[in-house]
Each structure stands twice: as C-alpha cells, then as structure tokens.
Design a protein around this ligand. Sequence first.
Ligand SMILES: NC(=O)c1ccc[n+]([C@@H]2O[C@H](COP(=O)([O-])OP(=O)(O)OC[C@H]3O[C@@H](n4cnc5c(N)ncnc54)[C@H](O)[C@@H]3O)[C@@H](O)[C@H]2O)c1
Length: 379
Amino acid sequence: MAKQPLNIGIVGYGFMGRAHSNAYKQVAQFFDLARTPVLKAACARDAAKVKAFADTWGYESTETDWRRLLDRKDIDCIDICTPNNAHAEIALAAAQAGKMILCEKPLAMNGPEGLKMVQAVEKAKVPNMVWYNYRRVPACTLARQLIDEGRLGKIFHYRANFLQDWTISADLPQGGAGLWRLDVAAAGSGVTGDLLAHCIDTALWLNGGIKDVCAMTETFIKERKHTLTGKVEKVAIDDACAFLCHFKNGSLGLFESTRYARGHKALYTFEINGEKASIKWDLHDLHRLEYFDHKDESRIRGWHKLHVTDGDHPYMGKWWVPGLQIGYESSFVHQVADFIDGLTTGKPAQPDFRNAYETQLVLDAILDSAKGRQWQEVK
Ligand SMILES: NC(=O)c1ccc[n+]([C@@H]2O[C@H](COP(=O)([O-])OP(=O)(O)OC[C@H]3O[C@@H](n4cnc5c(N)ncnc54)[C@H](O)[C@@H]3O)[C@@H](O)[C@H]2O)c1
C-alpha cells in the first residue's frame, strides 16, 4: 500500500541542508514508517545556487523566499537549516501557517526568543522538533539505556568537551556565507550556542536538569574584518567557554568548548562516573561506548570498548549485518524516523521546542555567569 507522503520544504542548503536532505532520502529505505518524506521544495535566497542544490538532491521545486513555502498547500513540514538569527522569524510564521516544524539548533538566539517559539508551536498545535542529533548516535542512545537501567547507580560526575581549531588565524574574516558563526548578529553567541548547546542537550537528556552554572568565556581575536561591510569590527562572540555546574540530581558537571584547540576538528566527548559504573564516548570513534563496571571480577575488571553495531543495539537492527558501522549522517536519519514515528503514535519525538528551550536557558545562564563573573541560577 502506498504510504502517506510527508512533504518537506527545506530552508537553507548548507551543511545541515545537505545532512537533512540525505536523511529524508535514506529513511524510508531502512525504516518501516507510516509516512514517506518527499523532497517538495528547497528554499534559499540565491536562485541559481538553490536550483543547483535542488537538482543534486532531487527536490521537485525551488523558492527564494521562505514565506512562499508557507503559502504552499503542498508543503506539510518546514525544515529550518539557516543561521541561528533566522530560526525564530521562520518558525513563528510557519507555526501560524499550521506547518510542522523541524528547526536546527540552537532553538533560538536566547531564552526569551525561544519561549516565543515554544508558545507559538504549542498554540498552533503543530508537531515540532529540534535537531539535537547526537541523542541518536546509537552509542549515545545505548548510554541512555544503561543509565535508565540503573547500571551506573548514583551519578557523581558529568564531563564533556567539544573542541575545534578552525578559527585560530587572525586573518579569518567574520560574517557572511560560511563565516556567520563568528558574527554575533547571526550566531547569537560563539562556541556556547554552537558547540556547548550539543553537550548541554545530551547532558540534560542523560543526567537531568542543571541548577546553576559558573562560566568563563574568552574572545582571543578581538577584531576581524567583516565580510559584509568590509570594515574591521569588534568580535563579539565567545571563542572559548568553560563552565562548572550542579545538576539537580546532585552530580557535578564540567564542560569545555573552544575553536582554539589546535589539532582537534570536532572532538565531542563525554564521560559519566557513577557509583557502580562509568561510561565514556568520543565523536571521533562514534560507534564505540566505553564502559567500566565495578561489579566485574577484579582480575578482569577494566574499561570495555563496546562496538555498538549489533542487531540489539539502538537503531542498528535496521541497517547492515552485525559488526558493520554506520556514520555521523545516520543520526539525522534516526531523527527523521523518530519524528515520523511520533506523528503516527502520538508520542512526539524529543527534543521538541519546549525540551530544547531548557538548553537555551542553560546557555543564557552560562553567558550571564561569564559576564557577571559569578555563579548563575538556571531560570
Ligand atoms: N545539528 C548539528 O549537528 C548542526 C551542525 C551544523 C550546524 N547546525 C545548525 O544548523 C544551522 C545552519 O548551519 P549550517 O552549518 O548548515 O550553515 P551553512 O552556512 O552551511 O548554511 C546556511 C544556509 O542558510 C541559508 N540562508 C541564510 N539565511 C537565509 C534566509 N534568510 N532565507 C533562506 N536561506 C537562508 C544560506 O544560504 C545557507 O544555504 C545553524 O543553526 C547551525 O547552528 C547544526
């Protein structure tokens, strides 16, 4: 029987535009879902570039103004893959137009903007989700299962890093295509909203809420030429951020993120230490979960490297045969599968806007703490 289509209108054809398009194309081949994504329309401001993107990925049509997507009756779902400063405007209008919304992270530029987005989707009762995709790396999902089963016992420590090294050169300009992350007007913040947002989402999901934070940020290169104005302008994003926190469950958190860790490209790692066991994970080796179980006999006790590729590991039964790996891009496939599943079962996939808003509040507290040089409660 033909499946019901889920007609996608995507805004933005950059890194995430590609990652999401790939997910929509793959998901129906691997997951048995009630609805099949259809690449209806791609939208971006440059007509020639968006046409080239649409041809590459198989979108049926193009638009150069996202408002046109909202007027179209043949679009069910708006996928927001634009820089952070465009998320709210598009999402608010899409909710009013009654469209489902998939929005890239961070949800918003700040908490108050995020709250408006939450209220808009809840008022319009439209399905919504934010692309915190690391929850759906099978090894991370397995980490959640082990914690839920009580295998770690009481958690004492949560440690996470997200390290990169691509902005060390003082000659790198800020702003414009590919460099909007250095421009505070487009990004809202630097590594805090870009990289720590991922670490915080995973942490809230694995270890529960955060009570308060104590943060420091640094902007190592104070001025950069702005691509759009041609002038040398102040850099107002944080190049690096480290923070301590108290989780509501009594555990202590330690987080670090920077774009100045020479040698590291996208080193997202986390480690959780519990009374009975510890786990750790590393994005550069994403199909492994390291696990130390104190109840193992002492002669053979040690860190086990679980190769998370067996049929009974999360999501893996849908892919190849046991032992064969999947990649970064598969986490987005899983997210689409879960979103569609949520539409069918009526149990919405997480994180929805309200859930992702919690990360936004922690981000605000971090930036406030760093500015005020003091501990800050999370609202
Ligand atoms: N989930 C993840 O792991 C992950 C990874 C990277 C980026 N992101 C997030 O995805 C978003 C996009 O990041 P990216 O790396 O894909 O950026 P990118 O620079 O590669 O692409 C941005 C796209 O948005 C388009 N765009 C900008 N303003 C627009 C407008 N007003 N109307 C239509 N199109 C517009 C640009 O033309 C471009 O196609 C950001 O919010 C970022 O934080 C998430």
